[in-house]
Ligand binder design. Structure first.
Ligand code: NAD
Ligand code: GLY
Length: 361
């Protein structure tokens, strides 16, 4: 097992990564505020892992709530089901919520924890690659609004992240690729050496080699923890974790949540960010090709959907949390392995990128 820390003063917490951790929960759990525990999961993950997880809470007043599965359920209505369960079961402020599942369950459960009785503790047990390398770490929680993704939420750090790498064995291939998008992101924004390692080891990663996978998760979490520790509430630096996400969120929102997976949209979105970085003269054309190749090798789309117009992109991109005074701000690459955030780019070049990076009908 690998143990990392997210260093946030009194809100610091450990990230445990390794095989077989679901069987070691009792040993890994942080000190709980009370005896009440609500494990929130979904209809796909429950039959796979819920019993195993519940046995880690023996001796406590633990129960579970199984939500419907899908990004389309990351809504205020679903969130309300968590509040209802907590109230019906008389959970007080010393309760602990446990998110067992991917990023959707993690984000929504985290937001329930941030807001129930003005804030209770929660633990992340991420079971997708994407949630193990990204969404379970850093305390961003929330739900979608029909007019924008993740628009309703709060920063609320978990008390621990327990990532059992064996859970990845049941993950569908498409979901594995979606997680690899975020792994590639870390290389592109912050660590050129890691990017080269990913390129060299993509075959092993796609084949779910446990050693390669554990290294990729560890290095990704290290980078995320470093950035979050430096800028927890995204005053500046943390925005670099959103490389490709402004384009990606536009794709997800325009296609209807759940059609394109978040990681797939980020894959195509990162190609767009690379393309624009090249048009602005920051990186050479070969770097765009290099990015495109590694993203394609992960089994991800490298073009946006054919049914999206440039105006649809611009309309959706205008609703993004990075924007200031309604001006689109984008994460771009200064060089490979180093990101920057800027609103200072020619709209004509952005249009060229969107045209170039969209599939032809
Ligand atoms: P997800 O939660 O929808 O999970 C993907 C699918 O895999 C679901 O059908 C799920 O039920 C299933 N699944 C989960 N674990 C499984 C397992 N071990 N075996 C088989 N199936 C399993 O999607 P995701 O990619 O994990 O997360 C995407 C979400 O995360 C998006 O809503 C995105 O906005 C959010 N996100 C949040 C942050 C953050 O910092 N909070 C960062 C990145 C993404
Ligand atoms: N996934 C982006 C962030 O956590 O800031």
């Amino acid at each position: 097992m690998e143990t990392l820390g997210v260093d946030l003063g009194e809100r610091s917490y450990p990230i445990y990564i390794g095989p077989g951790l679901l069987d070691r929960l009792a040993e890994l759990l942080p000190a709980l505020a009370g005896k009440q525990v609500l494990v929130v999961t979904n209809t796909t993950v429950a039959p796979l892992y819920l019993d195993q997880v519940m046995s880690g809470f023996e001796g406590l007043q633990a129960s579970s709530l199984v939500l419907p599965d899908g990004e389309q359920y990351k809504t205020l209505d679903t969130l309300n089901q968590i509040y209802t369960a907590l109230l019906e079961r008389k959970h007080s402020r010393t309760t602990t919520l446990v998110a067992l599942g991917g990023g959707v369950i993690g984000d929504i459960t985290g937001f329930a924890a941030a807001s129930y009785q003005r804030g209770v503790d929660f633990i992340q047990i991420p079971t997708t690659l994407l949630s193990q390398v990204d969404s379970s770490v850093g305390g961003k929680t929330g739900v979608n609004h029909p007019l924008g993704k993740n628009m309703i939420g709060a920063f609320h750090q978990p008390k621990a992240v327990i990532a059992d790498t064996e859970t990845l064995n049941t993950l569908p291939e498409r979901e594995l690729s979606a997680g690899l998008a975020e792994v590639i992101k870390y290389g592109l924004i912050r660590d050129q050496q890691f990017l080269s390692w990913i390129e060299d080891n993509m075959g092993l990663l796609v084949a779910r080699d446990p050693v390669a996978m554990t290294y990729a998760i560890r290095r990704s979490c290290e980078i995320k923890a470093e950035v979050v520790a430096a800028d927890e509430r995204e005053g500046g630096l943390r925005a670099i974790l959103n490389l490709g996400h402004t384009f990606g969120h536009a794709i997800e929102a325009a296609q209807g949540y759940g059609q394109w997976l978040h990681g797939e949209a980020v894959g195509a979105g990162m190609v767009m960010a690379l393309d624009l970085s090249a048009r602005l003269g920051f990186i050479p054309a070969e770097a765009v090709e290099r990015g495109r190749s590694v993203i394609a090798a992960a089994g991800l789309p490298v073009l946006g959907p054919a049914n999206m117009t440039i105006d649809t992109y611009l309309e959706k991109m205008a609703v993004d949390k990075k924007n200031i005074d309604a001006r689109i701000r984008l994460v771009l690459l200064k060089t490979m392995g180093e990101a920057m955030i800027t609103a200072d780019f020619d709209q004509g070049l952005l249009r060229e990128t969107l045209h170039e990076c969209t599939a032809q009908a």
